[in-house]
Design a protein around this ligand. Structure first.
Ligand code: PLP
Length: 386
């Protein structure tokens, strides 16, 4: 497959599917045999590509998929996989029919919602639902065993719903201090305990809980960030049960190189001034690609060397200072490995004063995604060319 057939600008993200597979299979080794792994592929698989990651995860042994919204579930369905697919966020009652049609499971937590959705479901249609419990995240869910049982009873009575799961979500599973996590876990355990009839899936673990607390595995876990090879937080890095492999790299190529005299200015605002004769190169990537202005000063890799971004990041371009002349076309790694050097997602997150989750999510669709297996390109996705 040739890259030229799919895009012309020399900026792309590389997704290593072998690393997704590795992170999934290493996680499966931690789980009891009857615990299913749901791969969380919301937000276009955290910017990595929903269909490609879903396929890789299921091939590696994931037995379920989860997304945030029904629209995302419909997109993931294009992968043609037959594993359970759960929408974690709230859906409108009107969406119930489409979800039932496509055998997509929805999250529910209000009786009014069920009453309304029932009207939109046709005779003979069956919608699978998971009840969300709010044990301390304060986002979605029923808050007491009574509410949980009332909803469960309603679902059991209705011929149009099937109670497939009960779940909750932790707010602090990635904190070193575990008090609040234990509180949430205890509340969830007592809520599930209060149910006379247990659904097929009870689940609570995100990546952090899956990797750290075996007791949260229950019969399903929802693996997001660590499937992409990223640690749920900086502070639990030293506790990870196996070394995660980052899947996402971001690369570009130098499009222009020039030698500037001392005292020349670079980019908008003329905030950078050369302090001596300097080699300055231009890269075709900017904030419209998600390479934000906050990244002024960030180190990137050019010709195997660590070099800084100088001057303000523009919408479509930015400049770097080279230690010596390098040819136009030199590959530059913004995130990922080059030779012996590496810029991690965490390095970029730190510079952007955010968490690693946010970084690949905001690399925009203008940046083509190249998928690799065994070092070979297996697919290229570029929405601009479709
Ligand atoms: C996003 C999400 C997950 C995955 O969390 P990670 O920290 O990325 O593993 C799990 N459950 C719910 C409800 C989520 O919204």
């Amino acid at each position: 497959m040739t890259v030229e057939a799919k895009f012309y600008r020399d900026t792309w993200a590389e997704i290593n599917l072998d690393h997704i597979s590795y992170n999934v299979s290493e996680t499966l080794r931690l789980l009891p045999e009857n615990t299913k792994l749901f791969a969380v592929v919301k937000a276009n698989a955290y910017g990595h590509g929903d269909v490609q990651v879903a396929k890789a995860a299921v091939e590696a042994g994931a037995q379920g998929l989860a997304v945030a919204f029904l629209d995302e579930a419909l997109s993931v369905k294009r992968a043609g996989l037959s594993v359970p697919l759960l929408v974690l966020g709230a859906s409108s009652p009107q969406a119930a029919k489409m979800a039932a049609d496509r055998q997509i499971s929805l999250t529910v937590f209000q009786k009014d919602w069920l009453l309304e959705a029932e009207k939109h479901l046709e005779e003979g249609q069956l919608l699978r639902v998971h009840i969300k419990c709010d044990t301390g995240m304060g986002r979605l869910g029923v808050k007491t065993p009574e509410e949980l049982n009332e909803l469960a009873a309603f679902i059991h009575r209705s011929p149009k719903f099937f109670l497939e799961g009960v779940f909750t979500h932790f707010a602090t599973a990635d904190d070193l201090s575990t008090d609040y996590f234990e509180e949430q876990y205890g509340l969830f355990a007592s809520m599930v305990d209060s149910l006379e009839e247990k659904p097929p899936f009870t689940h609570c673990a995100n990546s952090a809980a899956t990797l750290r607390f075996g007791k949260t595995h229950l019969n399903a876990v929802r693996l997001g960030i660590s499937m992409y090879g990223l640690s749920p937080s900086e502070e639990i890095k030293q506790e990870l049960p196996f070394p995660l492999k980052q899947s996402f790299s971001l690369r570009t190529r130098i499009v222009h190189v020039k030698k500037l005299k001392k005292g020349e200015k670079i980019s908008y605002g003329a905030t950078y001034e050369t302090s001596e004769e300097e080699w300055i190169a231009t890269l075709p990537i900017g904030y419209a690609d998600g390479w934000l202005r906050k990244l002024q000063g960030q180190i990137v890799l050019a010709g195997g060397k660590r070099v800084p971004i100088v001057g303000r990041v523009c919408m479509d371009q930015c400049m770097i200072r080279l230690p010596e002349e390098m040819p136009v076309g030199t590959e530059v790694t913004l995130i990922g490995k080059q030779g012996e050097e590496e810029i991690t997602m965490d390095d970029i997150a730190r510079k952007m004063e955010t968490i690693n989750y946010e970084v690949p999510c905001i690399i925009t669709a203008r940046v083509p995604r190249i998928y690799k297996r065994n070092g070979e390109i297996v697919e290229i996705v570029n929405p601009l060319s479709e």
